[in-house]
Design a protein around this ligand. Structure first.
Ligand SMILES: *Cc1c(COP(=O)(O)O)cnc(C)c1O
Length: 352
């Protein structure tokens, strides 16, 4: 006899992000901006004064308070996680029971389905059409027909950059009262259709936020789940007690003590996104048979290409030290500095 892994995990492959040294990295939707020096200095000072022999604050109260102030939500309605990814794992494992139904949309963030699978919930796909908009009425029908307990999607969506309006999201929440609607607003800073202010109004709404994108802190692993008191208490009770380490807490607290820096970083990324979008759109107008794209509400563009072309161009760029994300017949390119945007547009044109 030898040790056998269970069937669920025996075929899983570890997530392998593109690693290595590239001169331009536009593959992971991080911010191209670092935090300013004075904020970094303050952060390091606070980290330097921590008592690392002690366990961290289990509820990350300081983060809840400061993030709550910045986001306009009550601190007691926030659960802090080791990245939104931890919160997603928790959600599928805690809020759902084995065998219950989770509806996810596609294309969307692939981890939703993955965590659902690991939690042994039944994952039901809602496929978007070419517009990449979620048809809210169809989605409500599907949720009701299946008796789904949770639906999750990103708004605006990674990887498409397309979102649905606040009114549509509210209609979904109201149309599926027995289903927890989890709206992943990882990119909502770059758009303006948040439902974060409605978490107390509804029984069945949760909003996820992250420090990894607009807030420029993918490295610290800090995500936020905001919901009503009942759902928040369940999540807080079920999480592991010391899930967010004290250095991350100190770093995140510092971040939210500089709201103007957060706002200006967001504005800079939006400018860069618009610039990249204009550059690629000009190419699409010149070569309509070779690439097309929809307007984006996030910090990246999602470009459709003829069969095989995305992969070919991805490889060619990689050989030049420029890394983007290849997803089937699409390239997803995160916006970068002015120079990086210009370079990636130039390379696109060369390889077309
Ligand atoms: C990047 C991203 C996140 C953030 O995940 P973290 O674990 O907080 O870094 C969450 N959802 C979506 C859709 C994302 O693209």
């Amino acid at each position: 006899m030898s040790y056998q892994l269970n069937k669920k995990v025996s075929d899983l492959e570890p997530y392998e992000p593109i690693s290595g040294n590239y001169r331009i990295r536009l593959d992971a939707n991080e911010s191209f901006l670092e935090i300013p020096e004075h904020v970094r200095a303050d952060m390091l000072d606070r980290i330097g004064r921590l008592h690392l022999n002690r366990y961290p604050d289990p509820l990350a109260s300081g983060v809840c308070e400061k993030a709550g102030r910045y986001l306009g939500v009550k601190p007691e309605l926030i659960t802090v996680g080791n990245g939104s990814d931890e919160l997603l794992t928790l959600l599928t494992q805690v809020i759902m029971s084995k065998g219950e139904k989770l509806v996810y949309t596609s294309p969307d963030f692939s981890m939703y389905k993955c965590y659902g699978y690991l939690a042994e919930v039944e994952c039901i796909e809602y496929r978007k059409d070419e517009s990449f908009k979620i048809g809210v009425d169809d989605l409500i029908d599907l949720i009701r027909r299946e008796g789904a307990r949770m639906v999750i999607f990103s708004n605006p969506c990674n990887p498409t950059g397309v979102g649905i309006s606040r009114e549509e999201v509210l209609r979904l929440i109201e149309g599926a009262p027995d289903c927890l609607v989890v709206v992943d607003e990882a990119y909502m800073e770059f758009w303006n259709e948040s439902v974060l202010d409605c978490v107390e109004k509804y029984d069945n709404l949760m909003v996820l936020k992250t420090c990894s994108k607009s807030f420029r802190m993918a490295g610290i692993r800090c995500g936020l789940a905001i919901s009503n008191a009942k759902v928040t208490n369940a999540l807080r009770a079920a999480k592991s007690p010391y899930n967010v380490n004290s250095m991350t807490q100190a770093a995140a607290e510092t971040l939210f003590d500089y709201p103007h820096e957060l706002d200006s970083a967001t504005q800079a990324v939006i400018q860069s996104r618009d610039e990249l979008y204009r550059g690629v759109t000009a190419l699409a107008e010149k070569h309509p048979d070779k690439l097309s794209l929809l307007p984006t509400s996030a910090n990246f563009v999602y470009i459709k290409m003829p069969s095989g072309e995305a992969k070919r161009i991805f490889e060619a760029m990689k050989a030049e030290g420029v890394i983007v994300r290849c997803m089937g017949d699409y390239l997803r390119i995160t916006c970068g500095t002015e120079t990086e945007n210009a370079e990636v547009v130039r390379l696109l044109e060369v390889y077309l």
